[in-house]
Every structure is written in structure tokens, then in C-alpha cells.
Design a protein around this ligand. Structure first.
Ligand code: H79
Length: 431
């Protein structure tokens, strides 16, 4: 049995907002006229910016346009149920009021506000779960953090960093902001099993219901984070989540305009959900605290779709693999219901090998009934159902047909039965 994270809200949420925001957002992918070819939040490392110089970015970081409620409203409008925000990324800068390091947004910037406090309040008001991203091993600011300066990591006292900064900061995040849905760890690097276990225990000792993702390292954690932008090719019934970008960076880069259009985002959401996962989709606000307009527009369009079709997403479970490939169609599923996502609308859609008894089918957006004919061919042991779709598609991106079934689970003809008869028949005639 795959591991169960035990938190119903997380299992039902299916769609969350990742927010990467820090000093790197102010640099927007450029330092002294040089553009980083890599991820925006990695600019300090890739352009070899010395610590003392990167520290000065804090003096300029003043996101006066930041409005926690606007961000939370956008997540909510998009149909997202939780937010995970960078409380500290690899650069070591705390985006909240930390008492154990002055290198934080309240003490080191002219902004002086604590955006995590404001977000926690806005999330509480709007019923959105809040999680904190915390880079537990990489810290390019603490002399003993992994990746700090030119010092080889072997010559550092990693435990000193863990005791002096990582653990105290985690304690702060778990005590200063009310109930926290999850801590999202990243890149465990040199974490030993003991280190990973200690951090999990620390989290649970303060907030037992707070989830921890697998990137705490060494097999610990409550659910699996796949690799960045990595989607499993098959359904998997454990608890897992795909962290994903909306363009090609996490932290804001002014020149990255390679946005995924709303249609692509919905397809990815449906694909990930159909295989059993959550989709944690990133936005990278800029140095003023503004989420880029293209991101907002895309998420609003996705939200229009979610407002009508959310039932086909929330609380869904992995769908088994159909024996035959299908084009322009994907399925999501919850007990007794199969949602057919039609990306390429046509008059008639034939689905092979669906063995459930269908009670009725209707357009999810309108409730309009959809006629269907189910048949079974005994000689080939194969089920078939053909749906006659209405003239007008309800949504040009993804129109959902809800198929109500007698059985709770999805039943399919097995590929073994379908493909095996031929050699078996040959063998039989020679016996
Ligand atoms: O927070 C986001 C990334 O910054 C973080 N994970 C997501 C959620 C992450 N940290 N490390 N990595 C992802 C691995 C990727 C490292 C790369 Fe590079 C950054 C590849 C290119 C730029 C490391 C440094 C490998 C080459 C240079």
C-alpha cells in the first residue's frame, strides 16, 4: 500500500499555488547588465554574486505593491486550495520576521513589513491553506550552509548551521503564523537520515498536522514531490504532487515570457489529476510584489473553467490505464463518476474497453443529457460505448462529460484478454 499523508484537505485539494518570491525577484534575472541563462532564483550562484553584494539587494527591496489579499484572491479565483510560498530559498534570505537572523525582510529592507504574517491572515480569512517552502540544506548566506561561498562543503560544520539557523527558523515559522498546512523542503543535498528525521520530528512536535514533503530527504516525509516539472507517465495511487512552472523560471525574470497558455495548464492539471497527483503551479511575483500580468490572466482563465468544472478535479483519484490510446480525451474519476475531458470536440466519441455499467451521462457545465450506446462484443471480449455530443461545446478549452456508473471503481477490459486470444488459439488447435 502506498503511503497515505493522512490529511484530507491535501488529498482533496488537487491544485495549489506555489509562490517564489525573494531578493532575486528584485534582480529579475539580471545583475550589472548580465542576464542569467538559468533559473531566476539561482542568480546569486550562477552569476557568482559575492554575499556582501547580494546583501545590498535587500536595501533596495521595497515591494510596496504587495497585497496579500490580492494574491490569495487570485489563488482562490484560479480554483487553487493551497498556497506554498518561499519563506527562505537557497540564498538564505528570510522573507519573514526572523529573530535569529537579521537577514530578513523586516530588519534588512526598507519595506519592514512581514508578508508571511499578512498572507497567513488573508489565507485564514479566505479558507486557503498556507504552506512554507524552506531550503533546509542549501543556504548561501550562513557560513556553514551548503553552497555558501567558495568554501568547500566538506570543510563546513553543517550541524552548526542546522542548530543555529535552520531549526530555530523552522520553529519560528511554526509558531508565529498560526496553523501551517505544510513545510515544503527542497534539495536535501548532504542531509543525513538523522538530520531529516530530526527536522520532521521538530515540525510534528510543534504542529502534528503539518505535512512534510519528500524533499526533506532520506525517505522521510508525508507525500512525494516529483522532480521539478516531472509528471509520472503512469497512474500512481500514493500521495504525490508535481511542482511546476508557468514559464521557465520560478523566481521572476523579466525576459521570460514563455508562458503556458490556459489550455496547456488545464491539460496538465487534468493529466496530473488523472494519474492521482496534485498540481502545485508556480507564480513569481516581481520586486514590487506584483504577480506578472500574463500569469494573472492565465490563472483567471483557468479559474473560469474551474468554477464550472471543479467537480471533475477536487477529490479525484487515479484512473487506471485504458488498454488503448485515445486522442483528445482524458479521464478523471471519483467513486461512481467518470469525467470525460473532451479537448477535441466532435459529434461522436467512441470509448473502447470501458466495462462499467453507465447510468447516465451529461455535460457537466450545463446538465444537458448526453446520449450513449453501450455494446459488448463477446468474440473479442470488448466493451464499447459511443457518446453523441451536443452541437455546441460548453468550453473551447476542455468540455467535461460526467459519466455516472453503477460501480464505484473504474472497470476496464484488460489488455491481456484483448491481445492474448491469438497465440492461445493457435496453441489450442495443435493440442
Ligand atoms: O525552488 C525551485 C528551484 O530553485 C529548486 N526547486 C524548485 C522548486 C531547485 N534547486 N535546485 N534545483 C532545483 C536543481 C536545479 C538546479 C539548476 Fe543548476 C539550476 C539547474 C540549472 C540551474 C545546479 C546549478 C545545476 C546547474 C547549476
Amino acid at each position: 500500500m502506498p503511503k497515505d499523508c493522512g490529511q484530507r484537505w491535501w488529498k482533496e485539494a488537487k491544485f495549489g499555488m506555489f509562490i517564489h518570491w525573494g531578493l532575486y525577484s528584485h534582480l529579475a534575472g539580471e545583475w550589472k547588465g548580465i542576464k542569467t541563462p538559468h533559473l531566476g532564483e539561482w542568480i546569486m550562484k550562477h552569476l557568482n554574486i559575492p554575499v556582501e553584494e547580494y546583501e545590498k539587494v535587500a536595501e533596495e527591496f521595497n515591494p510596496t505593491e504587495f497585497n496579500a489579499e490580492e494574491w490569495v484572491n487570485l489563488a482562490k479565483e484560479a480554483g487553487m486550495k493551497y498556497i506554498v510560498i518561499t519563506a527562505k530559498h537557497h540564498d538564505g534570505f528570510a522573507m519573514y520576521h526572523s529573530k535569529c537572523s537579521k537577514y530578513n525582510i523586516v530588519d534588512a529592507t526598507p519595506f519592514k513589513r512581514d508578508p508571511m504574517k499578512e498572507l497567513a491572515e488573508a489565507c485564514g480569512k479566505k479558507g486557503i491553506k498556507l504552506g512554507f517552502y524552506y531550503s533546509q540544506a542549501q543556504d548561501w548566506h550562513h557560513p556553514d550552509g551548503y553552497g555558501y561561498g567558495p568554501v568547500p562543503n566538506e570543510e563546513k560544520n553543517f550541524e552548526k548551521y542546522l542548530e543555529e539557523k535552520c531549526k530555530p527558523q523552522l520553529r519560528e515559522l511554526l509558531t508565529q503564523y498560526g496553523e501551517i498546512g505544510l513545510i515544503w523542503f527542497d534539495t536535501p543535498m548532504i542531509m543525513s537520515p538523522k538530520h531529516s528525521q530530526e527536522l520532521v520530528e521538530l515540525v510534528k512536535s510543534i504542529q502534528p498536522n503539518c505535512l512534510v514533503n519528500s524533499r526533506i530527504g532520506n525517505g522521510f516525509g508525508d507525500y512525494m514531490s516529483t522532480g521539478d516539472n516531472m509528471i509520472p507517465a503512469l497512474p500512481y495511487y500514493g500521495d504525490w504532487e508535481v511542482p511546476a512552472t508557468l514559464n521557465d523560471t520560478w523566481g521572476y525574470k523579466k525576459d521570460d515570457n514563455n508562458w503556458k497558455p490556459p489550455e496547456k495548464v488545464i491539460k496538465l492539471l487534468v493529466k496530473i489529476n488523472s494519474r492521482g497527483g496534485n498540481y502545485l503551479l508556480n507564480v513569481g511575483p516581481d520586486g514590487k510584489g506584483v504577480i506578472p500580468k500574463p500569469s494573472v490572466d492565465i490563472l483567471r482563465r483557468v479559474g473560469q473553467w474551474m468554477a464550472v468544472n471543479g467537480e471533475s478535479i477536487y477529490g479525484t483519484k487515479a484512473v487506471p490505464v485504458f488498454p488503448y490510446e485515445m486522442e483528445g480525451v482524458m479521464f478523471t474519476h471519483k467513486p461512481g463518476k467518470l469525467f470525460m475531458h473532451v479537448f477535441d470536440w466532435k459529434k461522436e466519441i467512441r470509448i473502447h474497453c470501458l466495462a462499467n455499467r453507465i447510468k447516465r451521462a451529461y455535460v457537466l457545465a450545463t446538465g444537458e443529457g448526453v446520449d450513449f450506446i453501450q455494446s459488448y462484443t463477446p468474440s473479442s471480449k470488448q466493451h464499447r460505448v459511443s457518446f453523441r455530443l451536443p452541437e455546441n461545446r460548453p468550453d473551447d478549452l476542455d468540455s467535461v462529460i460526467c459519466i455516472e456508473t453503477e460501480e464505484d471503481e473504474v472497470k476496464l477490459d484488460s489488455l491481456d484478454t484483448l491481445l492474448a486470444p491469438w497465440p492461445r488459439a493457435v496453441t489450442n488447435t495443435h493440442q
